[in-house]
Every structure is written in C-alpha cells, then in structure tokens.
Design a protein around this ligand. Sequence first.
Ligand code: FES
Length: 102
Amino acid sequence: MAWTKVGTVREVPVGTMKQVTVDEEKITVYHLEEGFYATSDVCTHASEYLSTGSLDGRIVACPKHGGKFDVTSGAAVAFPCVVPLEVYPVEVRGEEVWLDFE
Ligand code: FES
C-alpha cells in the first residue's frame, strides 16, 4: 500500500470527477455529497476513460456505449458493462486528497 497525494479538495468540487495519474495508472477521483471515492478510470467494457463521461450521484456513465458503474463499490450497474471497476481508498487530509494505490 502506498498513499499518494492526488490533488486538493478545491480541485474536485462536489458532484464532479477528475482524472489523476498514479504510477502511470489512470484513476478517477469522484467528489460525492457523502465524500471522496476513486476507481480505475478505464471502462471495463472497451477501455474508454470514464472521467470523460458523466456523473449522476454515485453513478458514472461511460461516454462510449453508455454503460454505468457505482463509483462507491465499482460495481457495473448498466449494460454493456458487467466487470466491476477497481476501487481505491481515499482520504481527505486537511485540504489534500490522498489515495491508496498498490
Ligand atoms: S467502453 Fe464503456 S460502455 Fe463500452
């Protein structure tokens, strides 16, 4: 486990998401009403970046074919996505957002 600073709270307002890169992996950080979450940014269907899609509550929609995931669990919740996303622990430390990436 390796905690890495990936940005600040102000960079990701509530209801938005942002792509970050950790060890060459593309990860999306989401700021929901209930807190911060992070998943792989790469859609498990056909490798589109989810951070270029849309976020509605805890559901991110892929821009390529409209598949959806619950960003709090990584679960695929709409076809054609069936394989869950990798999820990563996130902590807010003061104004900083940290992510645990192995
Ligand atoms: S690439 Fe994401 S739904 Fe197809």
